[in-house]
Design a protein around this ligand. Structure first.
Ligand code: FHN
Length: 584
């Protein structure tokens, strides 16, 4: 064995021991439910499954393809209950469905939990409901309890199992919400729907399908206290079950949910998850070709983990009960990446750094030190990976793939890791840096350039937008365009930028914005020193102009935060690309 191979082997043995020791000391608490949430925080990556009778026609109705996601076809095409039964329910017979194969795909992808739609808005039960014959066993030619088969198989393959249940919308039951098109319905109250269907079905799901780890509510609507309590109390039937924040508007649940979009930063001190379809539609839609690329999916997983969240990636079984090749090949590719790099995802917490130009960071903090997992998307051509603001003494550094030891050096303002010429993985290569002692990191904030101007870009903002609501989003313009704050319809939502300056003084503030309406007004400035500003229309949202807002006084050098807050009475949504501060 050459010396080099011996070195790798020896380093590898050292690391195994180090990780084995440090893994027992993994210390990071988020509060009261640490014990309950422990497996979920460790898991980081789950499979979401939207499967229903809409898959029988791939979301199509009598030759037409309704808009929106396939599971919404009954609503979007205003399909009467009787016709939905004829075209979808009566045709649902996924003869190729095999729970073992299906759960195996999730496991092989590196997913540790699976959440499936037991009942979606169409009201159809994908389990043998004992309170409504409108279910997969009694009403379709398939006659099998899909939920039961998956529950058993998940247990066999050690995948945590959970249900999605649309507790308010039900386009079949006469008391359910959402069906305003079928005039044959003889309405009853919502409370009767909860009493007759939702509550008993949820109770059945939580008592007849073995250990249920997750209950995923969706599209909350106002309801009576009694209705809420009868739904919420059911979850006590599964001690330790984890629920989301979508049962009721005020109900926090155990974790926040972001949908389709990854927040710029994770909510502080909360558990949260991003759910996202692997393609465009949640349910199988035969016209849906918008499959996300393999690099996008892997980098999404890394990005979300680097912000402290979980990734619930959705797949859409077809009317035959299988996944499209586009989906299986993506899951397999994610599994290949996870086979080598899962240590940098499972059980990690969010990055201690600000924005990193070359990629993302996840970490594991221990009593005696921390392990940093540097996910390098853009491999440096000069072989030098600069980690800004890292002040700790480095115990060791190595590539996660193959354990090749790497040299590090402390340079001004951080640590440089010497990398080999070739990146181990073109999508995301993981460099592991073990540091000694409590993490000591100097935040690297934007600061003025030599000419005294400071650009605060949209993607540097922290958005206060009800944790990821669509009402204020950061959108990345494609093809090298700039990112911009958009869809700012919520006057309660606001943005802030942290920055640092060396020179106190007067700074002119301007903003690059676009606005369709006649004008809009907001307040801007440092915390506690806000002043009003007004912006005139630029004609259309795609036309930006740089507008001076006025000047602010910054009395001392160091870190500051600039805010932009809509004036509620006279706010109109504007897009914003950047704020520029210029020393006077
Ligand atoms: O309306 C549903 C939609 O069909 C899908 O189930 C998503 C998944 O999170 N939830 C609702 C839209 O927010």
């Amino acid at each position: 064995m050459t010396f080099f191979k011996f070195q790798i082997l020896f380093t590898g043995l050292l690391l195994l021991c180090a990780n084995a020791v440090s893994a027992q000391e993994h210390v990071e608490s988020r509060g009261a439910d640490d014990a309950k949430m422990a497996w979920w925080r460790e898991a980081k990556f789950g499979m979401f499954v939207h499967w229903g009778v809409y898959a029988a026609t791939g979301g199509e109705f009598r030759g037409e393809m309704p808009t929106n996601s396939a599971e919404w076809m009954m609503n979007k095409a205003k399909i009467p209950i009787a016709d939905y039964k004829i075209e979808n329910v009566d045709k649902f017979n996924p003869s190729q469905f095999d729970a073992k194969t299906f759960v195996g795909l999730a496991k092989q992808a590196g997913m540790k939990y699976l959440v499936i739609t037991a009942k979606h808005h169409d009201g159809f039960a994908m389990f043998h409901s004992t309170c409504s014959p409108y279910n997969v066993v009694d009403a379709t030619p398939f006659k099998r309890d899909v939920m039961k088969e998956l529950a058993v198989e998940c247990q066999k393959q050690s995948i945590r199992f959970g249900f999605y249940y649309s507790q308010c919308q039900d386009w079949h039951h006469p008391g359910g919400m959402g069906n305003n098109w079928d005039k044959t319905i003889k309405r009853v109250s919502f409370d009767e729907y909860v009493k007759e269907k939702a509550a008993p079905e949820i109770k059945q799901l939580l008592t007849e399908y073995g250990p249920i780890s997750i209950f995923w509510w969706d599209t909350p609507r106002d309801m009576s206290k009694e209705a809420f309590e009868s739904l919420h109390s059911s979850t006590n039937l599964q001690p330790g079950i984890i629920t989301n924040d979508r049962l009721g508007k005020e109900h926090r649940g155990d974790h926040k949910t972001f949908e389709r979009n990854i927040p710029r930063k994770g909510p502080v001190g909360a558990d949260w998850e991003v759910c996202m379809p692997i393609s465009g539609s949640w349910g199988y839609k035969k016209s849906d070709t918008k499959f996300k690329s393999i690099p996008t999916l892997i980098r999404n997983l890394v990005d979300i983990a680097s912000k402290g969240g979980n990734y619930l990636l959705n797949v859409s079984p077809t009317g035959e009960g299988t996944l499209l090749p586009d989906a299986t090949e993506r899951l397999q590719a994610m599994g290949q990446w996870m086979k080598i790099n899962s240590a940098s995802i499972y059980g990690t917490t969010g990055s201690p750094f600000g924005k990193l130009d070359w990629g993302r960071c996840t970490k594991k903090a221990y009593a005696k030190g921390s392990t940093l997992y540097l996910h390098v998307f853009d491999w440096p051509e000069d072989g030098k990976l600069f980690v800004p603001g890292l002040n700790n003494e480095i115990e060791q550094a190595y590539l996660l793939d193959g354990w090749q030891a790497l040299e590090t050096s402390s340079t001004d303002g951080g640590v440089t890791v010497a990398l080999p010429e070739e990146a181990p993985d073109e999508i995301a290569s993981v460099v592991v840096v073990e540091v000694h002692g409590k993490l000591d990191i100097t935040p690297v904030l934007p600061k003025p350039s030599k000419d005294g101007s400071l650009e605060l870009l949209a993607d540097m903002a922290y958005l206060h937008n009800n944790e990821g609501s669509e009402d204020l989003s950061l959108l990345e313009e494609k093809h090298g365009g700039d990112s911009y704050l958009s869809r700012w319809s919520d006057a309660e939502a606001w943005a802030e930028w942290s920055f640092t300056i060396d020179k106190p003084g007067t700074y002119e503030v301007s903003a690059e914005v676009s606005l369709k309406e006649k004008k809009t007004s907001f307040r801007f400035g440092l915390q506690g020193q806000l002043q009003s500003a007004e912006v005139e229309s630029t004609g259309k949202l795609s036309k930006y102009t740089e507008t001076s807002l006025g000047t602010i006084e910054i009395e001392k050098a160091g870190e500051h935060t600039l805010l932009i807050k809509p004036e509620k009475e006279s706010w109109n949504p504007m897009n914003l690309k950047k704020i520029v501060l210029k020393a006077q």
